[in-house]
Design a protein around this ligand. Structure first.
Ligand SMILES: [Zn+2]
Ligand SMILES: [Zn+2]
Length: 137
């Protein structure tokens, strides 16, 4: 059995989706609405103020940002809190900056193409002549 520590409440749990336990996931949905509504009304609030006024932990807010559910443009003055996991550049949402996302996509594509190449040189051979289904009459 696979047991992980919830990134938010640090309780051990069996991961089904992501790194957060069910309890916290349910709470995150509520937190998300609280934070989103709060930011909508208080566009200049920074993350400390948001956390203080909504009662949502900063960690939960960061988690929502990393999931891409919240965007940092929505919160003032948090530019340096969320960093690209590859180049450590401040980003607005998610886990990687646009450049690194592109690089990852590019190198993945290259890998796929690279591993495919010898195979794809073969021209379309007539499909399995010997193994074609033959009606047994
Ligand atoms: Zn939890
Ligand atoms: Zn980056």
């Amino acid at each position: 059995m696979n047991i992980m520590q919830c990134t938010l409440c640090k309780k051990p749990f069996q991961p089904l989706v992501g790194k957060v336990c069910n309890e916290c996931l349910r709470k995150l949905d509520e937190d998300f609405i609280l934070v989103r509504d709060y930011i909508y009304e208080n566009k200049r609030a920074d993350i400390d103020k948001v956390a203080e006024d909504t009662g949502v932990s900063k960690q939960a807010i960061l988690h929502l940002l990393k999931e891409g559910r919240l965007i940092i443009d929505d919160i003032a003055g948090v530019g340096s809190i969320l960093l690209c996991e590859v180049c450590k550049k401040p980003i607005k949402t998610g886990r990687m900056c646009e450049d690194c996302k592109k690089n990852v996509a590019f190198s993945m594509q290259k890998n796929i193409e690279g591993s495919k190449q010898p195979e794809s040189q073969k021209k379309n051979e007539p499909l399995g002549r010997g193994t074609a289904k033959v009606k047994n009459s």
